[in-house]
Design a protein around this ligand. Sequence first.
Ligand code: NAP
Length: 230
Amino acid sequence: MRVLIDRVTGSGPTIGDLSSEELHDLYAIPSGPWLRVNFVNTVDGAATGADGKSGTINNPADKRVFDLLRSEADVIVIGAGTASTEGYEPADQPIVVVTNRGTVPPTLTDAPSGSLLIATHGASPGLDAARAAVGAGNVLVLGDHTVDLVALKEALARRGFQNLLSEGGPTLFTQMLAAGVVDEVCTTTVPRLVAGDHVRIGHGMSVELSLQLRLLLEEEHSLIARWFTG
Ligand SMILES: NC(=O)c1ccc[n+]([C@@H]2O[C@H](COP(=O)([O-])OP(=O)(O)OC[C@H]3O[C@@H](n4cnc5c(N)ncnc54)[C@H](OP(=O)(O)O)[C@@H]3O)[C@@H](O)[C@H]2O)c1
């Protein structure tokens, strides 16, 4: 993995393989709380392969950064769709599932207490069931009829989580952008085209936003970037 553009450490292009320490420095967050969202996509913008999952388009270069971002994160935030489609299981960091319905994803029902938080709203039909499943203290009620994503970021910061990593999906990402809570978007563009009718990394309402390119890495024809929203 080599550096093409580095506006993070300012150390300039590096030829040769980046060490774990160099990669760690290149992905340092400026301050907390900081919410970054990480996605992989194809050159033609697809966020999934033919099976409707991201695992069929990602590759070792993407996995290396995916793992690094996870290891740096205090908490992982995902939408209920991603939790169930991608079959999320308990991780080293607590996972927050954002859901209107109050759904507890089946693959996370056995998560140890405190390693799964459900973020929902007061009118959620699944509120009582979610409280019964994960404990009332692990259900964040953020808003009366919709999940207030600004309040979510604040609530997670109050719990001591500063480095917030969202792994999607596209619906949650778009709503986070609309709410103005995303500080950074990390993308891996893999050297593939899939055409077809796949979801993009943003989905749902229209959102217009300019980004600043902070970092661009290349490995095996994949382009791996950090984009800041500020
Ligand atoms: N390429 C990548 O890196 C990547 C990453 C992640 C996902 N994906 C792919 O994206 C697809 C899933 O897309 P998606 O848009 O359905 O994912 P999603 O955003 O994770 O899930 C949508 C669901 O999450 C809940 N949700 C999302 N935003 C919410 C909000 N603001 N408030 C309350 N609930 C909210 C709702 O769940 P309820 O119905 O329970 O209310 C909604 O139906 C899958 O194919 C997955 O493989 C790709």
